[in-house]
Design a binder for this molecule. Structure first.
Ligand SMILES: [Fe+2]
Length: 241
């Protein structure tokens, strides 16, 4: 069965991820060893600092370069996406549609870490869904466990206004293992992603995380995440036909 990794920083020299094309290829090899068949490259976009046109241009160049360098190699398929940092009013911003994942309606959204999740942030997320017709994927929700407003954020997921992913690294990190388990058991987690940045500091841990989930919560819990990734992969394939 296929496995789609929905969050990675494998494109060379576009953000704090892969520092060169060799690193990109090495990360793809590591993902392949972990049975990842497809991966979405999601470079950071910070609306306060980055220019959208320049970003898209840079990212497309890096993507095409990586495609060229990996042509004919047996590596995971790479699709293009973006990890978009939240900004005030995002729920009314039609322009964010250019940052969706590989031609789908899914948008990978990163919330700030160092401030409470206030009601206007939650409303913005609802608006992304209801006004703009996009499906926000909240990135690595295990990271916000201690942030004020977290319970309300989870409520928003149960209400169907957003979906979420946890990082594979968060599952195997002792500090967040229990929280990840709770989130999976509570039905808050649609996807498991690597969020890989580099070979040594932030390598992909998809296999280790899936094994750990299977050990602690049962094989069916791990399988559900694999099945979810396949369903999104089918949507991506349909959107790119
Ligand atoms: Fe990321």
């Amino acid at each position: 069965m296929a496995f789609l990794d929905i969050h990675s920083h494998i494109l060379p020299q576009v953000d704090d991820g892969a520092k060169d094309i060799e690193t990109s290829i090495k990360l793809l090899e590591m993902l392949k060893e972990q049975s990842v068949t497809d991966v979405i490259a999601t470079p950071h976009f910070y609306p306060d600092e980055d220019n959208a046109e320049e970003f898209i241009d840079t990212v497309e160049n890096a993507y095409n370069n990586l495609k060229k360098e990996t042509l004919g190699k047996d590596l995971p398929n790479v699709y293009l996406g973006c990890e978009l940092r939240y900004f005030n009013g995002i729920g009314k911003s039609e322009t964010i549609k250019q940052f969706t994942i590989a031609g789908t309606n899914y948008l990978l959204l990163e919330l700030p870490y160092d401030e409470p999740i206030k009601d206007f942030v939650l409303q913005d997320i609802i608006d992304i869904n209801e006004r703009l017709g996009l499906i926000p994927i909240l990135a690595h929700i295990e990271r916000y466990g201690k942030v004020k407003g977290y319970k309300k954020l989870l409520k928003l997921i149960s209400n169907g206004d957003a979906v979420a992913h946890i990082n594979a690294g968060g599952v195997i990190n002792k500090e967040t293992t229990r929280l990840c388990e709770k989130l999976i058991k509570g039905g808050y987690v649609s996807f498991l992603a690597s969020d890989t940045h580099s070979v040594h500091n932030r390598p992909p841990y998809i296999k280790a995380a899936l094994d750990m989930i299977a050990d602690r919560l049962g094989r069916s819990a791990a399988n559900r995440l694999i099945i979810k990734s396949n369903a999104l992969l089918e949507e991506i394939e349909a959107a790119n036909e």
